[in-house]
Write a protein that binds this ligand. Structure first.
Ligand code: GLN
Length: 251
């Protein structure tokens, strides 16, 4: 039995839209494979020790909550960069995604520092980009999957030209409503606007993250995880994808 160690950043602040559901999915899918997932809350002033966690999770939050954590997160920047350079994985959703970039200018013009783990910047626009969204991803060459979710953000995220998006928008807005890209991926670090929550209806991404976390834990290549009978998860994905498709493509 292997223990996967998750560091959950600011669960008391960045927890909008059922972020706990994402953690619950990671825990159950780990247990169903005979392993164990231990989650540690990493809050204000809590030091990050590179190597101590296999997977970091940062949830979503409104500008107000982001403003409360941004300065503290900046003090964790070097440690988090070292952790990721050492092979730890990360998933950041919405407000957390924005703060993994270089910075976020909120709706009222507040400049919040980001930690630059992802090559992108975000500025809030006048309107909110809201609705069901469907994207196509290819995290491993030749393995295409769709991610279905829900987005609700004022932030417009621009990727640097060298950045790898998480996926291509099939329906919905994505990073900025214009580029056709959604999210960003840098090695084992993934950021996305999709919540709602994300992992219960996109089990393949939960397993991809767990495989990356296990690779960090074991010092191996990401293992192939035993498939699970994901009938309900597939149905949830199909309902959510159908809702996004009925919006009629990219916005
Ligand atoms: N405050 C950010 C925005 O509006 C993120 C919102 C969220 O996490 N839902 O863009």
């Amino acid at each position: 039995m292997t223990t996967i160690r998750v560091g959950h950043l600011y669960p008391d602040y960045l927890n909008i839209y059922a972020d706990r559901g994402n953690i619950a999915v990671l825990a159950r899918r780990t247990a169903w494979r005979g392993h164990e997932l231990v989650v540690t809350a990493l809050g204000m002033g809590h030091p990050i020790v590179p190597g101590e966690h296999d997977l970091y999770y940062v949830g979503g939050g409104q500008d107000r909550e982001q403003l409360l954590v941004a300065a503290d997160l900046a003090t964790k920047r070097d440690a988090l960069q070292n952790a990721v350079d050492g092979g730890a994985a990360a998933l950041a959703v919405c407000g957390g995604y924005q703060l993994l970039g270089r910075g976020y200018r909120g709706f009222h013009g507040e400049d919040m520092p980001g930690i630059g783990l992802l090559p992108l910047e975000t500025v809030a626009g006048e309107s909110r980009l809201i609705g069901d969204v469907l994207i196509e991803c290819e995290l491993e060459p030749g393995e295409k999957h769709t991610l279905a979710g829900f987005e609700n953000h004022a932030g417009r995220t621009r990727l640097d030209p060298v950045a790898e998006p998480l996926g291509r928008v099939l329906a919905g807005f994505g990073n900025d409503g214009e580029s056709g890209f959604e999210g960003c991926r840098a090695g084992r670090v993934v950021g996305t606007y999709l919540h709602g929550p994300l992992l219960p209806r996109n089990a393949w991404l939960a397993d991809w993250l767990l495989a990356q976390a296990l690779a960090h834990r074991l010092g191996t290549e990401p293992p192939r995880l035993e498939p699970l009978p994901d009938e309900l998860e597939r149905q949830a994905h199909a309902v959510s994808a159908g809702r996004a498709r009925s919006r009629g493509g990219r916005r």
